[in-house]
Design a binder for this molecule. Structure first.
Ligand code: SF4
Length: 352
């Protein structure tokens, strides 16, 4: 596990953020939170895909009221994402939420801040301050422009309001859609605050460009030891977000997962490899392992090209091959390849 910059440990339910080398993976639901069954289903789907913490949009009193029932039906730590309304924040804390995402500078008078902090203190609920490059205060923009300095100064203002109330269970995010600004802001924040940092790039875009931008921003930070929890946000399926986040963490030595290898295909391909690849990828999402898995396009070159994979499959016109460590284990009728793969990988996992 790669060593991380020392930060204050903060607890979200039973999950620790900061003060350790592990980086916590999180995600956010897309449902209207008051729709309990749908929200619960999504929370559990995200948890199955690797999310250790799940954030909910709390838009109104009905959403806040739903937290109580949700908490009785899941053990996944939940975060309430609230803008501006301090009463919703208190309602969420009273309903049992595990963490708030709210900016104290946006909730009105010092009395409002005190009321939220008192509620959080009573239940040991941490607060994430989320600075966004798109909504910096005009005076900070005038003084510093849209820069890392302005981002960190903005965070300092919110932090000071919480510290004035003796509240230090704080996590900070500084999100921008610009890669360079994101990296510079987090580097400066890591040198400024003792608190854990939530890494993220906001409005990263569609899946492919969003994945690239997220990896460009988060990888250098993670390799420098900066970042205690991450959320990748792209305009696409939540499963894609978590897959991208896990891949970034795995490639910065912060997460162990299977390595899925697939050939780029060529004129020798004579079966629907992409459908098989999607099924294998979904299977590995739902059944995490650290084995390396290869899905190859042809039986002639596939096993040789994927010789280091623990387990592989290569399709053909009528039958395909199941192979391990580059050696053919057996021939399988084309239609039964996926089932044969599942049986083989389960046997290998049990052996491990
Ligand atoms: S494994 Fe076969 S289909 Fe895939 S790139 Fe290599 S030769 Fe082409």
């Amino acid at each position: 596990m790669r060593k991380r910059t020392k930060t204050k440990p903060v607890f979200i339910g039973g999950v620790q953020i900061g003060g350790q080398d592990a980086v916590v993976l999180q995600s956010m639901t897309t449902t209207k939170t008051e729709h309990i069954d749908e929200t619960l289903e999504e929370i559990h789907r995200l948890a199955t895909l690797g999310a250790e913490i799940v954030r909910l949009a709390i838009v109104d009193g009905s959403d806040a009221a739903a937290i109580k029932e949700l908490k009785t039906k899941t053990t996944v730590p939940l975060v309430a994402d609230i803008h501006f309304d301090y009463r919703l924040a208190i309602q969420a804390v009273d309903a049992g939420i595990d963490k708030l995402r709210i900016n104290p500078g946006n909730i009105g008078s010092p009395e409002h801040v005190k009321a939220v902090v008192d509620a959080c203190k009573a239940r040991r609920v941490p607060i994430r301050i989320g600075v966004n490059a798109g909504s910096l205060a005009p005076d900070l923009l005038d003084k510093h422009g849209r820069t890392a300095k302005a981002m960190v100064e903005s965070a300092k203002r919110h932090v000071a309001m919480l510290e004035a109330e003796n509240f230090t269970d704080i996590i900070i995010s500084l999100k921008a859609s610009d890669v360079a600004l994101t990296v510079a802001s987090y580097r400066l924040a890591a040198n400024t605050f003792p608190y854990p940092l939530h890494l993220g790039l906001t409005e990263a875009g569609p899946v492919t460009s969003g994945a690239i931008k997220s990896a460009m921003a988060m990888s250098p930070l993670l390799m420098e030891g900066i970042g205690d929890t991450i959320r990748v946000s792209v305009s696409g399926e939540r499963a894609e977000e978590l897959r991208i986040a896990k891949t970034i963490l795995a490639n910065t030595s912060l997460y162990e997962q299977s390595n899925l290898i697939a050939c780029p295909t060529c004129g020798r391909l004579s079966y629907d490899m992409m459908t098989l690849l999607a099924k294998v990828e979904a299977y590995l999402d739902a059944n995490p392992t650290t084995l390396s898995v290869a899905v190859m396009g042809c039986a002639v070159n596939g096993p040789g090209e994927a010789k280091d994979a623990d387990i592989g499959i290569a399709g053909g016109r009528e039958e395909g091959l199941l192979f391990a460590k580059g050696r053919v284990v057996k021939k399988v009728p084309q239609a039964e390849l996926f089932e044969a793969f599942v049986a083989q990988i389960n046997a290998m996992i049990q052996e491990k």
